[in-house]
Design a protein around this ligand. Structure first.
Ligand SMILES: Cc1cc2nc3c(=O)[nH]c(=O)nc-3n(C[C@H](O)[C@H](O)[C@H](O)COP(=O)(O)OP(=O)(O)OC[C@H]3O[C@@H](n4cnc5c(N)ncnc54)[C@H](O)[C@@H]3O)c2cc1C
Length: 441
């Protein structure tokens, strides 16, 4: 990672007109990362301002699938996941060639044994409302344009626009960037992404499919190929039941080591043509267009804290390189960032407060540093050449133990300390990976 000084000089507070507002912490972006950070801050009694450019409910391109790790975060926030609209899943069904296997979510001490799906149209709205109910001040339709910094380059607030209104300035000693994959705030503070890391892309579309909509398993296809060729796609396809007569169908892929980026739209068409007609995954049942977006993986932006700014979720490149999952990760990082910011605010401005804020990347590295490092290596060496097909071979598909271990490795679901032999093996493998160095500035 290279850190530079901001490309444009930030505006001086006093030169910006309009109504100024203050808070203890500003959170930019009310996706899962921002709303959970704002919720946990508000719960800790912190005055938090959550700035979101969109108006809820709004669409977000996503697969809408939540593993038990993400469900765990929802439970920690006290979200009512028994309410109508949440569709539970028992596990994953992997399809590879002629074979398919069902893998139930593991029964662990720390995580629930079920997953969920819910469209992001509702999900993000629910989370943002929950943050507001806890005391966060949400401003919708407010687009953050620039950081405001002091002479030392430390962030002291942000400028924003809201429709035709005068530009606004918001001030806070701590700012959390949760503005998603575009990471505009991080970039404006000079935090470039690590270009040695690959960025995956994913595309999805909704289909009306009463036949598949009530499925108990999240379905994943490992044997997709580049259009018109024999090369396996370095990714997988999914069919996630939405419980409302629809399914979320999509695919995500890394750039192939030799063949580059696949045309996702054509790959999707080619794949869906293989699915049984009764599933209804054809044009006349489609709702809306195919939409795609980037997946920043494996901690691809560093440092996660600098000069008053903490990066959470996609803005910090936190999507798992193992499976492309990022909602639970965004929520977990939001909670950790909130805890660091709340602890820091209990101390006077100065070196002791700074030390607490620097503990955020250290904690994130402790949680996922080794696991992501191994995942980045697996993505480079295996997934980006031949996707999941080589590891979902006949031996693995025929062994409940190996399947269970693989599923838990892909979704980062183990108990710590280890409870069973799979935990023991996976935790040991991850522990053997050298911890990445936490860069500090
Ligand atoms: C096709 C696809 C499928 C996926 N499927 C899954 C899945 O099934 N399960 C899973 O766990 N993950 C999935 N992911 C990843 C997941 O969507 C992201 O990791 C997750 O949304 C990250 O949350 P976030 O809060 O960091 O960012 P976002 O969800 O992107 O939220 C960022 C928020 O910031 C707001 N914002 C942006 N700029 C500004 C600004 N300047 N001012 C104010 N507000 C701003 C945006 O409007 C948005 O509300 C998928 C991703 C894609 C692209």
């Amino acid at each position: 990672m290279r850190e530079t000084t901001p490309a444009q000089s930030p505006p001086d507070d006093r030169s910006v007109h309009g109504s100024d507002e203050e808070a203890d912490v500003i959170v930019v972006g009310a996706g899962p990362a921002g709303s959970s950070a704002a919720f946990h801050l508000a719960k800790a009694g912190i005055d938090v301002l959550l700035l979101e450019k969109a108006h809820f409910p709004r669409e977000k391109v996503c697969g809408d699938g939540l593993t038990p790790r993400a469900v765990h975060q929802l439970i920690r926030m006290g979200i009512d996941i028994k309410a109508p609209g949440w569709t539970p899943s028992r596990g994953m069904r992997w399809v590879a060639g002629e074979h398919q296997v069902h893998i139930d979510w593991p029964a662990l001490g720390r995580y629930p044994d079920f997953g969920l799906s819910r469209s992001r149209h509702d999900f993000d709205d629910i989370l943002a409302r929950h943050a507001v109910a806890a005391g966060a001040r949400l401003r919708n339709g407010v687009k953050v344009t620039q950081p405001v910094t002091d002479r030392a380059g430390r962030i002291t607030g942000v400028t924003a626009t809201a429709g035709a209104k005068e530009p606004m300035v918001f001030h806070a000693p701590i700012v959390i960037a949760a503005d998603g994959a575009s990471a505009r705030l991080a970039l404006a503070m000079g935090l470039q992404r690590d270009r040695s890391r690959q960025i995956a892309t994913a595309a999805r579309r909704y289909y009306r499919s009463p036949e598949r909509s009530q499925e108990e398993y999240l379905e994943l296809w490992a044997d997709l190929r580049f259009p018109g060729s024999d090369h396996y796609l370095p990714g997988y396809g999914w069919i996630f039941p939405m419980g409302d007569g629809r399914v979320n169908v999509g695919l995500g892929a890394l750039p192939h080591r030799r063949h580059g980026i696949a045309d996702l739209r054509t790959t999707l068409d080619q794949w869906l043509a293989r699915t049984p007609h009764a599933w209804g995954l054809h044009e006349e049942n489609a709702e809306g267009p195919v939409r795609s977006a980037a997946l920043p993986l494996g901690f691809n932006r560093h440092p996660l804290y600098t000069r008053g700014l903490l990066l959470v979720g996609d803005s910090g490149g936190m999507i798992s390189p193992w499976n492309g999952e990022g909602i639970g990760q965004a929520m977990e990082a939001g909670e950790v960032a909130a805890e660091s910011a709340a602890l820091a605010l209990a101390l006077p401005r100065g070196p002791r407060r700074e030390r607490v804020l620097h503990s955020y990347p250290v904690e994130m590295n402790r949680r996922w540093g080794r696991y992501y490092r191994l995942g980045n290596a697996a993505a480079d060496i295996v997934f980006s050449r031949s996707g999941f097909q080589p590891i979902l071979n006949r031996y693995v598909m025929g062994s409940p133990f190996l399947l269970n271990a693989l599923a838990r490795m892909l979704t980062n679901l183990t108990d710590k300390p280890s409870h069973d032999v799979v935990d023991h093996v996976l935790n040991t493998v991850v522990r053997l990976v050298p911890a990445p160095h936490v860069r500090r500035r």
